[in-house]
Design a protein around this ligand. Structure first.
Ligand SMILES: [Fe+2]
Length: 320
């Protein structure tokens, strides 16, 4: 499942100079641009500890690597040495798990200061975390808890995202999580909630296509309806992963290959969104690096095929 326990298996990674794209786009027209005007990095993989030795020795020509911010929010030592080895060879994007953007507790400014310093060091073109809450006063649940989908929650989250983006001076991408419960208080669909938050906060979306599939299965909604409803030009990155089907429900384990139906949904998303940086997540029962990279290459093949048939750049200039 997604959460901090699941964090421990995740590793890091880095890149070339993104100085030009590193700053938050502040013009009123940026929402009209594909990916908010941010770059398409190709197809990458999450950098995980079991792969460090192989990656440093073999220097695979993977398009980019995603690192988990929390693994590098330290003052020195081996994590930062590893980070600099990564940054010397690969482009990186940062992904976090403890921002807790939906919580009612105050923003953690010490965390944000460290996060900002890390983004400056890695030159990540954007920074992502989950549209969820993770803590209540006095307790951190170490998991990604879903929010009630209400107008009040939209305003609450959007205000916090704007504050975080202004502080980081970087586009924030909110990831849709997989979930296993809903709230009676919800008045919006998940996709309308995500869309409203992103539009009101003027932020990016990290579209996890596997999470859409998992939650659609668990809650009985239509995944295509979801994919077709989100604001297309706000999607700055896509996640793909495997899961575990328990029959009555699906557990988002990141422990297997991407299933065929998720590949179909990915293809559908690309046909609407154009080419978006795509990242393979594999966080438990982690196979060798080349197996994970093979999934990224499969994503790249689908991207190329879709680009040949419908074009590459977010076909529609009008935000929806
Ligand atoms: Fe994800």
């Amino acid at each position: 499942m997604q959460g901090a326990g699941w964090l421990q298996g995740r590793g890091l990674q880095g890149g070339l100079s993104f100085l030009e794209s590193n700053a938050l786009v502040t013009t009123s027209n940026h929402a009209r641009l594909p990916r908010l005007g941010l770059p398409d990095l190709g197809c990458g993989v999450g950098f995980r500890i079991p792969h460090y030795a192989h990656v440093f020795e073999n220097k695979p020509a993977v398009d980019f690597l995603e690192l988990i911010s929390e693994n590098f929010l330290v003052d020195g030592g081996l994590p930062l040495k590893n980070l600099d080895r990564v940054l010397a060879e690969w482009r990186v994007v940062q992904h976090g798990v403890s921002l807790g953007i939906g919580a009612s507790t105050p923003l953690d400014w010490e965390y944000l200061r460290r996060l900002k310093a890390l983004t400056r060091h890695t030159q990540t073109p954007w920074v992502t975390d989950h549209l969820c809450w993770t803590r209540v006063p006095g307790a951190d649940l170490h998991d990604l808890m879903p929010l009630p989908y209400t107008e009040e929650a939209v305003r609450h989250v959007a205000e916090r995202v704007r504050i975080v983006q202004d502080f980081l001076e970087l586009t924030v991408g909110l990831e849709n999580t997989s979930s296993y419960l809903t709230y009676r208080a919800s008045t919006l669909t998940e996709w309308d909630f995500l869309s409203a938050v992103a539009n009101e906060a003027d932020c990016g979306i990290l579209l996890d296509v596997n999470n859409v599939y998992v939650s659609a299965y668990n809650h009985g909604f239509d995944a295509i309806t979801y994919l077709d409803a989100i604001p297309k030009n706000r999607v700055v990155q896509i996640h793909l992963a495997g899961h575990t089907n328990k029959g009555a429900y699906i557990l988002d384990t990141h422990s297997d290959f991407v299933v065929d139906r998720v590949w179909e949904l990915y293809r559908h998303a690309l046909q609407r969104l154009g080419s978006i940086s795509t990242l393979i997540e594999w966080d438990s029962e982690i196979p060798d690096f080349d197996t994970v990279w093979g999934e990224a290459k499969k994503a790249a093949a689908i991207r190329n095929e879709v680009a040949r048939t419908v074009g590459t750049e977010g076909q529609d200039e009008h935000p929806t």
